[in-house]
Design a protein around this ligand. Sequence first.
Ligand SMILES: [Zn+2]
Length: 283
Amino acid sequence: MRWIDTHCHLDAAEFSGDVLAVRQRAREAGVEHCLIPAVAPRYFLAVREMAHQFGDSYALGIHPLYVGQVGQGDLVELERALAQHRDDPRLLALGEIGLDFFVPELCTPAMRAHQESIYRAQLLLARRLELPVILHVRRSADRLLKHLRELAPPGGWCGIAHAFNGSEQQAMGFIELGFKLGFGGALTFPRAVQLQRLASALPLQALVLETDAPDIAPQWIYRTAQERSQGQSQARNEPAELPRIGAHLAALRGLPLDRLAEQLRHNAEQALPGLSRLLDSKP
Ligand SMILES: [Zn+2]
């Protein structure tokens, strides 16, 4: 089986000591390809070099959790980097961008307005450069959808609403605009009933799989609040966990694992049209 981790922050500080071993473990577990999204201009070089080193791919963008530190100059830098690397076959998307209305500091009226202006500017760039978009959605689906509808390119959008955790109506909103929905470790918790219901009921063609490593640890490595209060840090998620998360999704959908992996691979190629030529064509 060949899996694709459509969202994996291999450039994160949590991996700085052993990223080679992390990527190798993922490969041994059957993860053929990782998309590494950048979160701010200072990571652009690292994600590009990693994607080339590992035979993976990357996206460039400004993440909503970083917009407090960025201004117009960073948008100029993003535009310049996208132009400079537009012929790089491993640059597959603009991302990670979006809106975060969960973190309190980002929810003041001024910060909401700033987030939305940086988000819109990046959507316009994606539209102009005809790039797929990797979206960060946290308590912000309706607002993200509003801007996507207003700025939709004539042929529709393309990309992934990552770590999706909204309503069925919101899910269908993204799907109708051309997006796939990214599911990962959050699915694996018994209490995640609503998310599991969505992952089993949505059209199979609309789903992609991701770890969001080092974040969103699946249930089997997650440390509870009590464990953390006793001094353990939150476990580090890794792309090698992807196949086991895939097994959860296969069980939810009542599908054989190989058939699910094949379909998800196809979905990822649709969400990221540049991906096909990077994948090993051998079965
Ligand atoms: Zn992310």
